[in-house]
Each structure stands twice: as structure tokens, then as C-alpha cells.
Design a protein. Sequence first.
Length: 88
Amino acid sequence: MCQYVFDASRIDTSPGNPLSPFSPPQGWDGGKEHYRDWLRSEFRVNPNLRQRLGIALRARSLNREINIFGSFRMELLEIIETFGQKGR
């Protein structure tokens, strides 16, 4: 499957999904407390993640449904809800 065709309303945070920029690498042993740091470092270097995060933020602002699933679902939901707020 081409990595450029995706359903923007479905976001997988499970480790090892090569088609999801929100998915840590296979075998990643960081816990929930490390996911935010990992995502922040990926944001700096991964344009695909920045674009997909922008799509999720836009969907949220338009009250569109986003289906986030996987090991770090709650962490990513919080990041989307608080993106751009100072102190986060």
C-alpha cells in the first residue's frame, strides 16, 4: 500500500506501524511518559508527522471526528487538545 494514501480520520499510535507517523518504531520500549518526548523530537524532523498533525488539528477545529487508537491514544488526544497553548 502506498504510504501517501491514508484515512486522515484514523490515527494509530501503536508501536511498529510504518504507515503512521504517530507510531513509535517496532520494539520501542518507552512508556506513556516518554511518548510526548518522542513525538516532540519527531515533530522537529518529520514533515509527514507535522502535516498529519496539522490535519488532525484542523479536523478538531471543525468538530470533525478523529478516531485515535493504539497504545498512546490518550497522550495524543491531549496533545491535539492543547497544541499551541503556552506551558505545554
